[in-house]
Write a protein that binds this ligand. Structure first.
Ligand code: CA
Ligand code: ZN
Length: 188
C-alpha cells in the first residue's frame, strides 16, 4: 500500500512514483483551494493608510494582535481609534462617546497619561461597499477573532464586551464598548 507519507518521504523517482506524486500534488492543490475558500484564506485584507496610522500609535503588542487578526482573512477591519490626546479625549467625553476624561482612558497618551503609546484600540468590522459598521452582532463576530488571536499570541487583552473577563460576555454588564480592546496586566 502506498500512502501519501511514503510518497513524500521517498525521493526515488521511478515512473510509477512520479505519476503518483503528480496525482497527489494536484489533489493537494485542489484540497488547498477548497481549504482557502472554506476559511476565507483566499481573501487578503490590508489596513487602509488611516487605519495603519492609528495602529502606529498603539502599543506594538496590541497592534500586533490586530495585524495578525486581519491576516486571517476572515473579515476586514477598520481602526477607529488608537491614541487620543487631551483635546480629543475631552471632546469625546463631552459628546458622551467616552465615559472618562483625559488622562483616564487607556487610549490616552502624553505626560499626564504616563505613556507614549495607546494601550487601547477601537476596531470595527469593515464590510466592502458599506464601510465600517458598529453593528452589535458584527462587532461580536470580530471580537471572537481578535480575542482568539490575542490568546494564541499570548497577549493579555480585555474586550469592552466582557469587562470582567469571565465566561459571560454582554449579559452581566451595563456598559458595552464593543469596538474596544485594551492591554491588561498578565496576572488579571
Ligand atoms: Ca462578563
Ligand atoms: Zn476604546
Amino acid at each position: 500500500m502506498m500512502t501519501p507519507d511514503m510518497v513524500i518521504d521517498d525521493p526515488e523517482d521511478s515512473i510509477v512514483m512520479s505519476a503518483w506524486k503528480q496525482r497527489w500534488r494536484s489533489k493537494m492543490k485542489a484540497a488547498n483551494g477548497y481549504y482557502n475558500r472554506l476559511h476565507g484564506g483566499n481573501v487578503s485584507y490590508r489596513y487602509s493608510v488611516q487605519s495603519q496610522e492609528k495602529l502606529s500609535t498603539v502599543d506594538p503588542r496590541l497592534a500586533g494582535v490586530l495585524v495578525e487578526a486581519l491576516k486571517l482573512g476572515i473579515i476586514d477591519i477598520y481602526i477607529n481609534f488608537g491614541a487620543r490626546d487631551e483635546k480629543t479625549q475631552n471632546r469625546l467625553f463631552s459628546e458622551g462617546k467616552s465615559k472618562v476624561q483625559y488622562p483616564n482612558s487607556k487610549h490616552n497618551i502624553g505626560e499626564k497619561a504616563g505613556r507614549e503609546l495607546s494601550e487601547a484600540v477601537d476596531a470595527v468590522p469593515y464590510i466592502s461597499g458599506r464601510g465600517p459598521l458598529w453593528d452589535r452582532a458584527l462587532c461580536c463576530f470580530l471580537a471572537g477573532i481578535v480575542l482568539t488571536t490575542a490568546h494564541r499570541l499570548g497577549v493579555p487583552i480585555r474586550w469592552g464586551g466582557n469587562w470582567d473577563q469571565d465566561g459571560e460576555p454582554l449579559l452581566d454588564q451595563g456598559f458595552d464598548d464593543l469596538a474596544h480592546f485594551e492591554l491588561v496586566r498578565k496576572e488579571r
